[in-house]
Design a protein around this ligand. Structure first.
Ligand code: SF4
Ligand code: F3S
Ligand code: ZN
Length: 103
């Protein structure tokens, strides 16, 4: 599962489409965590897609990740600023790849 303390245990190493990327990153096998308020551990996500289907405000968008051992696309929290903290995505992800910091 994603480490809920990732902002303390990891360092921001990059930015992607306006959100943070928390390392370590070593493409294509190791991709880190995308987002901060809505954070998706790309190294755990296996492209189930439930988060994209269920998010009421369409926070997630597919991003292609060719060569990653778990899956070749990931749910990117492209619109994390729109999150309303409903926690649906956290509940439906079968591998607990998502952390939402609802404060
Ligand atoms: Fe979408 Fe709710 Fe998850 Fe926020 S907590 S990203 S609104 S499903
Ligand atoms: Fe990935 Fe979990 Fe969404 S596996 S696509 S973050 S439901
Ligand atoms: Zn991203």
């Amino acid at each position: 599962a994603i480490d809920p303390q990732f902002h303390e245990n990891r360092e921001q190493v990059d930015e992607h489409e306006g959100h943070a990327v928390w390392g370590p990153v070593d493409e294509p096998e190791e991709l880190g965590i995308h987002g901060t308020h809505v954070a998706v551990d790309f190294d755990i996500c296996l492209a189930d897609g439930a988060c994209l289907e269920d998010c009421p405000v369409d926070v997630f968008e597919w991003v292609d990740t060719p060569g990653h051992p778990e899956s070749e696309r990931k749910a990117d929290p492209a619109n994390e600023a729109q999150c309303i903290d409903c926690m649906l995505c956290v509940d439906v992800c079968p591998v607990d790849a998502i952390d939402v910091d609802a404060g």
